[in-house]
Design a protein around this ligand. Sequence first.
Ligand code: NAD
Length: 292
Amino acid sequence: FHVKIGFIGLGIMGRPMAKNLLKAGHELVVYDVVRTNVETLTAAGATAADSSREVAQQCRVIITMLPNSPHVKAAVLGENGVLEGAQQGTILVDMSSIAPLASQEICEACAQKGVRMIDAPVSGGEPKAVDGTIAIMVGGDRAVYEEVKDLLLVMGSSAVWCGGIGAGNTTKLANQVIVALNIAAVSEAYLLAKKAGVDPRLVFEAIRGGLAGSTVMEAKTPMILSRDFKPGFRIDLHIKDLANALETGHSVGAPLPLTASVMEMLQTLHADGCGSDDHSGIAKYYEKVAGA
Ligand code: NAD
């Protein structure tokens, strides 16, 4: 790419992703509503813009990495947003985890202005964003994806095209359902063992190599056993994702009873002031209800 790349949303994930693009030699124009986040990137060699509109005026490829659907709508469709400044043919790559339906709505509005959008949410968290090894799941026009694939692979170690617009976010929701339910399953099993007088540490050692073992079990067991719930991935972000999953489930007729149960646990934890804990804090829900 010999074009300037726009990057909007320089939070926990966006900052390291943008830095990796700079390191790979790309010219970057950046914007975030939080000034200090912009300054981190200008210190690393990026050019600052004063709005998403200004980013769009200067760039033919724009990446957004924002919290949720309303933020992406504001940055793209809103006042001083991308669509006020974008030229025909511009590619918008939304890497935020948002509702698939919102991706479809935003894509449609973009198309009316000649802007081509794909959704490309990620999994992996901050360490993998820093290493450039996040997993990227893509939805939208396949030809547009092919145009930006090499750029995506600067930030991630894999990119998989999953279908039409919104399919990346549908895939991300599937990922978030599996992770949340798996953390709850591990926490529930450890509580059973503890209450029955068996040390969960020994349970972990005994079963991690068998069918019950999982990446979630490996990553989250140390946090659960040491009761270190520093994020990582915040409970409040997982509530956002499960809310999008349940809403999507309702609209397509997919019953999600297990997701609904874990959502109740997460909301209880949020109400209890634990929304900023890592999602492995689901273990605390079990402690609370069991008095463990
Ligand atoms: P974050 O809250 O740290 O960063 C979001 C950034 O967007 C903030 O800097 C905020 O100031 C900025 N912002 C909000 N509204 C804006 C607007 N209208 N215009 C410009 N900037 C705006 O969030 P994050 O952890 O970087 O996550 C971003 C997305 O990636 C989320 O959808 C999240 O679910 C997803 N994600 C996060 C992780 C993780 O481990 N943190 C992992 C995978 C995916």
